[in-house]
Design a binder for this molecule. Structure first.
Ligand code: CA
Length: 226
């Protein structure tokens, strides 16, 4: 059972999200200001955070910065306006995903499911799996290691890498990635793909500024060379 922390100051929204995620089988924790949200996020008993931007005491961006200093916990930013969404996209080490109000309950549940960290025991020995250059894929554990070291990936990041690995050296457009990996309507905002690629490079590459594996084909998309 996974625990979702909702950090949101509007009680009616908290109640709506809480009710629907409980129906999906999640445990719910609630915080009504940024300070309390940060404390709970770092308490070790949370698997994913839904983080509102406009919050009392400490705003959502500051909460996110403090979480990221200590934790790779999945965070979905909940934004109210276009400009807030732009700010989210601008955060280099920021959110795993974002959702703009008003959102449908179905979309929210899909985002939570896609971003929740797999309950992986990182001490478990990685089985000999499919090998692609320096990368080892263990499909039963849904884990990928590089040079024998396990990569700390979200479910979506794992899905992205697998999608590339199944299509070696093939350029994949951002539209195709959005459709096949995200798997649902994303309001056509392809910058989310670029943000995901940047985060992936930080995890895959020795030097993200000089990528050797996850490559950009200008104007066409991305490809993985291994
Ligand atoms: Ca708010």
């Amino acid at each position: 059972m996974s625990t979702i922390l909702i950090v949101e100051d509007e009680k009616s929204i908290v109640d709506l999200i809480s009710y629907n995620l409980k129906r999906e089988g999640y445990d719910i924790m609630e915080a009504y200001d940024g300070q309390k949200g940060l404390e709970l996020a770092l308490s070790g008993s949370v698997d994913l955070v839904l983080l509102d931007v406009m919050l009392p005491v400490m705003d959502g961006f500051e909460v996110l910065r403090h979480i990221r200093e200590q934790s790779a916990l999945p965070v979905i930013m909940v934004t109210a306006r276009e400009e807030e969404r732009d700010k989210v996209l601008g955060l280099e080490e920021g959110a795993d995903d974002y959702i703009t109000k008003p959102f449908s309950v179905k979309e929210l549940a899909a985002r939570v499911k896609a971003n929740i960290r797999r309950n992986t025991d990182f001490n478990k020995t990685i089985h000999e799996g499919d090998k692609y250059g320096p990368f080892d894929v263990d499909r039963s554990l849904q884990a990928i290691s590089k040079d024998g070291k396990l990569l700390d990936l979200t479910q979506r990041e794992y899905d992205i890498i697998c999608y590339f690995l199944e299509r070696p050296s093939q350029v994949i457009s951002r539209e195709e990635l959005m459709e096949k990996v995200w798997g649902f309507e994303f309001y056509g905002d392809l910058r989310a793909v670029d943000v995901a690629m940047r985060r992936l490079r930080a995890k895959l590459e020795d030097d993200p500024a000089e990528p050797k594996y996850l490559m950009t084909k200008r104007g066409a998309g991305y490809y993985l060379q291994v």
